[in-house]
Design a protein around this ligand. Structure first.
Ligand code: FE2
Length: 344
């Protein structure tokens, strides 16, 4: 496995790069906007293809690089389903896996620092965001933070992991890079409490100043996605237009979401599946979409319209014409009362 821990000095943020092999797919956790070029350079040096970028929560102290990395690499943006960010390509819920080639991270909803905070568990290590820090815990006094929820996330979730599990947090202000669950249980001063009330009392007495970047970072991080205007930079077919003649349509519908999303939410009837992760292969010379594109028009959709916007661009670059997508994706379709068929 390839594993890199990168530090942003200004915000004291750790960003993690994961990949199973050189020349394969990569994932980044909690990247910082100002470091975008550094990540891209490292990805190039290690011959990696960035396919997913994950933010553990809406950060208040730095602008996320999710948007800039998506624009540079067309990677899939990932956050927990509770994220208030406008457009996130792939939303995961507690217990779901975030996968790339050769690796799988289990999403753990660990609210408390913020209501949408997630940790991600991968074999011998857990990426704890700002829920559990080294000898500390993330503040709970803004962004729907709640010390009681954090107590539960810590004591009933993270601290129940095997003691040898490595803890990789989103921040450290002293230069510590890694800890373990056992070490934190024993030595983290915030965790030496006997009740949720006692924990809340400590957290509520911290009286910390707001992060310097907060007024800039939070609004920026809430509008990270490709919203409606950006989704119209490629050919579109709106849900209303599609529903007007339904089930008659001149299009072959193609669902580019992941199998897990299809099984969870269902799909538009009559769709074929061509997951975004392998989309370029599906569009290749002998790929199924290249053949279909010769026979008629193809209408792509994903969860919210971000991946499908990028996929239409990929198809066009590969010389395939006649591709359009549904702005707002399956979410807009379901919201408009469009029929849904079960998958799986
Ligand atoms: Fe945070």
């Amino acid at each position: 496995m390839l594993f890199r821990q990168m530090f942003d000095k200004t915000s004291s943020t750790y960003t993690y790069l994961l990949a199973s092999r050189h020349g394969g797919e990569a994932l980044l956790i909690d990247p910082v906007f100002e470091q975008t070029h550094r990540y891209l350079k490292l990805l190039e040096e290690l011959d990696l293809k960035l396919v997913k970028v994950v933010d553990t929560h809406i950060h208040a102290d730095h602008v996320s690089a999710m948007g800039s990395l998506r624009d540079a690499t067309r990677c899939t943006t990932v956050m927990g389903e509770q994220s208030p960010a406008d457009v996130v390509s792939l939303r995961v819920r507690d217990g779901e896996k975030v996968t790339i080639e050769g690796l799988a991270l289990t999403a753990l909803h660990t609210p408390g620092h913020t209501s949408e905070s997630y940790s991600f568990l991968m074999d011998d290590r857990v990426f704890t965001g700002d829920t559990l820090l080294i000898r500390g815990t993330g503040r709970t006094d803004f962004q729907n933070g709640d010390p009681y929820e954090q107590y539960h996330s810590l004591f009933d979730r993270l601290l129940k992991l095997p003691e040898a599990t490595f803890v990789f947090p989103a921040h450290d202000y002293k230069g510590d890079t890694v800890s373990t669950i056992g070490e934190e249980k024993a030595f983290n001063p915030r965790l030496q409490v006997s009740s949720a009330d006692e924990y809340a009392e400590i957290m509520n007495a911290l009286n910390l100043p707001n992060p310097m970047m907060m007024d800039v970072a939070v609004p920026e991080n809430l509008k990270v996605g490709l919203r409606s205007a950006a989704q119209h930079r490629v050919p579109v077919v709106e849900v209303d237009a599609l529903l007007a003649d339904w089930p008659a349509t001149e299009f072959q519908l193609v669902d580019i979401r992941e199998e897990g999303e299809r099984r969870r939410f269902g799909a538009i009837p009559g769709s074929i599946h061509a997951p975004y992760g392998q989309f370029d292969q599906y569009c290749g010379r002998s790929g199924p979409l290249a053949g279909l594109a010769k026979q008629g028009r193809i209408l792509l959709y994903c969860a919210v319209g971000e991946r499908s916007t990028l996929a239409v661009e990929i198809a066009a670059e590969l010389g395939l014409t006649g591709f359009a997508h549904i702005p707002g994706g399956f979410t807009a379709w379901a919201k408009a009362g469009g029929p849904v068929e079960e998958v799986g």
